[in-house]
Design a protein around this ligand. Structure first.
Ligand SMILES: Cc1cc2nc3c(=O)[nH]c(=O)nc-3n(C[C@H](O)[C@H](O)[C@H](O)COP(=O)(O)OP(=O)(O)OC[C@H]3O[C@@H](n4cnc5c(N)ncnc54)[C@H](O)[C@@H]3O)c2cc1C
Length: 489
């Protein structure tokens, strides 16, 4: 029965693609480029664990095609449940979030163009564009958007989870700079969601992941493009305490310069065999060594320094990351507190020691501490709101991310258990010290984590209401199992 249904579905999807291809020829759309990775969709998943083998991969080129695919899959499911996955850039390292075994993957890879309208000053970006291509399109036009810090990261998932750019302290989260989403609803209807039209859907999409629809276009505010000063400076691991003290002062400074973005991270890799502390400095004006980071410059000697004045596209290329073998992201948030930061370093040492003793292949460990600034969401409400709920925090906090990367499938358990030990240990310490923050950043969360609950009860209730209103049959809850589901909260 299943095989028969699948054959029917596949045939129907093939027919759909053909029929709509003919329509596409008659439409005046801006042609998106076709990157090499479109030919090898599975190999282009960032995380090797996520290279599942769907029964069928459909690669639409326009919103109308996405709508037809959703209608076919929904109709087919009346015969036999046919689950599907949606993939934009494919950067989420959670198997099943953006791909599926025994189902259909809607792979948006061909929908990757960026256009700019000088009259409205808006950039219209397709979901599978990578941020590097967005910056390369906008920079020659003298415009910029707040997007991913790495060139390879996809637009689609990034904007539905919040989106932290180097510009975030100045212009807020990337999702709050979206003025309109074009969305394919579960019924197959293509709608706009903005401050005036479907304003509840507009708000829910800003943080709500894949719960409400498949977004086929993001219209974003742009601003004048200027070179930035930035790069990565590396120090020996012995300086970690000095960095944490400087990070506390940076994060609690009431007069913090809104142009100054910063990530401090501890790291070790088999490529360098060096245990180090790094700081990624990104100042959104062409000013070398601005005062905002002066406490960090005083930590000497450093080992390497790549900082220079350069365009956003060049900075993003330095942050870009090729597809990899195995990856785990986990996250925990806590108040800006030296003792909690020091605890992260203690647990990091345990993790590194275990991995050095037991891992059989290559690996790279990065544990990142970033300041989540109240300015990230200061203008959210005025812009139509989002569902993250972070306005309830009146002080900046630390968003910690463990980013483990390894080569051997047989080491999966080792790395994933140690990642869990690290964030659980930090959480336990922070809870006991009263520094734990409930909010978890969805784009850095692992499968067992629950970022939607961290948005707070009001936002959970709101998201449930919006999901029921726009998808009464629960298609995106039941047939699209990947991602963080509001029905499971
Ligand atoms: C190297 C690297 C660097 C990163 N840097 C940053 C950073 O600077 N700032 C930051 O905030 N985050 C960063 N991230 C995290 C990143 O935001 C998430 O991994 C994000 O999900 C990537 O988007 P994507 O389109 O590539 O994801 P995908 O894996 O394709 O999708 C992620 C989720 O969103 C859903 N989804 C995707 N597109 C759509 C759509 N069009 N409609 C509905 N649902 C959709 C998918 O089904 C999936 O559940 C980084 C990640 C990596 C791996």
């Amino acid at each position: 029965m299943f095989r028969l249904s699948l054959t029917l579905i596949t045939a129907a999807l093939a027919h759909v693609s053909h029929a709509v291809d003919n329509e596409v020829e008659n439409r005046s759309t801006v042609q998106s480029s076709i990157p090499d990775y479109c030919a090898t969709p599975l190999a282009s998943y960032f995380d090797g664990k996520s290279r599942l083998t769907p029964d069928c991969i459909v690669q639409p080129r326009a919103a109308k095609e996405v709508a037809t695919i959703v209608k076919v899959l929904t109709a087919a499911s009346f015969l036999k449940r046919c689950q599907f996955a949606v993939r934009s850039g494919g950067h989420t390292p959670i198997p099943g979030a953006n791909n599926i075994d025994n189902g259909v993957t809607i792979d948006l890879l061909y929908m990757n163009g960026t256009t700019y309208d000088p009259d409205t000053k808006l950039a219209s970006i397709s979901p599978a564009a990578r941020w590097g291509s967005v910056y390369e399109t906008l920079e020659p036009l003298g415009r910029m958007v707040g997007g991913g810090r790495g060139s390879t990261v996809g637009v689609g998932g990034f904007l539905l989870g919040g989106g932290i750019s180097h510009y975030a302290p100045r212009i807020g989260l990337a999702c709050d700079n979206v003025v309109n989403f074009q969305v394919v609803l579960a019924s197959g209807l293509i709608v706009n969601a903005n401050k005036k039209t479907n304003s509840d859907l507009f708000k829910a999409l800003k943080g709500g992941n894949s719960n409400f629809g498949i977004v086929t276009r993001y219209d974003m505010e742009t601003f004048e493009s200027e070179d930035l000063w930035g790069g990565i400076v590396t120090w020996p691991s012995s300086t970690v305490d000095q960095h944490f003290k400087a990070l506390v002062n940076f994060g609690t400074d009431p007069n913090r310069d809104p142009n100054a973005a910063l990530i401090v991270f501890q790291g070790y890799s088999t490529a360098t065999l060096a245990d180090v502390v790094r700081a990624a400095f990104d100042y959104t004006k062409p000013v070398a060594r601005p005062d905002a980071y002066k406490e960090f410059y005083a930590i000497t000697p450093n080992l390497t320094d790549t900082t220079k004045i350069q365009p956003m596209s060049a900075i993003a290329a330095e942050f870009g990351s090729d597809t990899t073998k195995r990856v785990q992201f986990r996250t925990v948030s806590f108040k800006i507190d030296l003792a909690t930061l020091q605890e992260t370093a203690r647990l990091y040492k345990i993790l590194i020691t275990e991995i050095q003793a037991k891992a059989s292949g290559d690996y790279r460990i990065s544990c990142l501490s970033q300041v989540w600034s109240t300015s990230y969401t200061a203008n959210s409400t005025a812009k139509g709101g989002n569902v993250l709920g972070t306005e309830r925090y009146k002080e900046n906090f630390i968003m910690y991310q463990s980013y483990l990367l390894w080569s051997e499938p047989k080491d999966d358990k080792l790395f994933m258990d140690l990642g869990l030990m690290l964030t659980n240990g930090i959480e336990k310490f922070a809870k006991s010290k009263g520094t734990l923050i409930d909010y978890l950043y969805l784009n850095y969360s692992d499968k067992d984590q629950d970022p939607l609950t961290g948005y707070g009860p009001e936002n959970v209730k709101f998201m449930k209401k919006v999901a029921t209103k726009y998808d009464p049959l629960g298609i995106y809850q039941n047939l699209l199992p990947g991602g963080f589901k509001i029905s499971k909260v």
